[in-house]
Design a protein around this ligand. Sequence first.
Ligand code: CP
Length: 312
Amino acid sequence: MTEPTVSLTHLLGLEGVSAADIQILLDTGFTFREVLDRPIKKVPTLSGINVVNLFFENSTRTRISFELAEKRLSADVTNFSVGGSSLDKGEGLKDTVLNIHAMKMDAVVMRHPVPGAAVQLSRFVDAVVINAGDGSHEHPTQALLDMLSLQERFGRLKGLKVGIIGDIAHSRVARSNIFGLLTMGAEVAVCGPGHLIPPQVEALGVSVVPDVDDLLGWADAVNVLRIQRERMGAGLIPSVREYRAGFGLTNERLARHKREIIILHPGPINRGVEIDSDVADSDQAIILDQVINGVAVRMSILYHLLGPRAAG
Ligand code: CP
């Protein structure tokens, strides 16, 4: 039997990616999840393939997870990180392109503060480009690991009711989750301070639920976004106390709802702000499952996008 292949050359975002391609990436993610449970977790699939991880913005989970995924697949890995604050956008990307050509890289995993940076890069390099988060645009690998975790927990995505809570307007995690979940037949509702809900979000097929208790009464699962403290500095988010009172996932709030709601969080967590510590550590939170599923789904992405190069 022929193994299913994805129709993607790069992974730049989930907008426009077909359900068939997403399902292939998730199915192979489950296979690699089993590999990660074995005593010997390494496979030779990408032996001889060069991958560079370019992080122009801070990252803990995504950077480590990609590096682990690449090493588990036996790729040769190069890491490059710079602080985002001094980055000159035009020069940065031009230099990136020149360096990738010079180093003969097969793949670039890039996090960049500028929306669309991964798309731009993909136009000028012959390497596979994987977007590890570009500004407030997309974070497709995060959404894929979230979907893998939901499918693992519920056995399906179709018809699943997923709420996303927080600063939807500035969140690449929210955007990629919305595109991916809707494509896979889930229902999506967003909840957060009114001025942080994009005005056109309903046109995407998403519901807006202003009251977090109403959202919890409806949802099978909620994805709680990190409240970015820099937004507080900019006056976009009220005080920590006010945000927690309005939108925080607390035990008291969850106790009002009889059904167990599954809780996801992309990390890093602000304990006591968007989620209380005891909720984050509870059985209904699958935050650490997301972390291991992140390695598995990134192995799947690398396998499908780079496998043909490794074979050829
Ligand atoms: N979820 C996520 O993207 O985390 P990092 O910023 O630590 O990579």
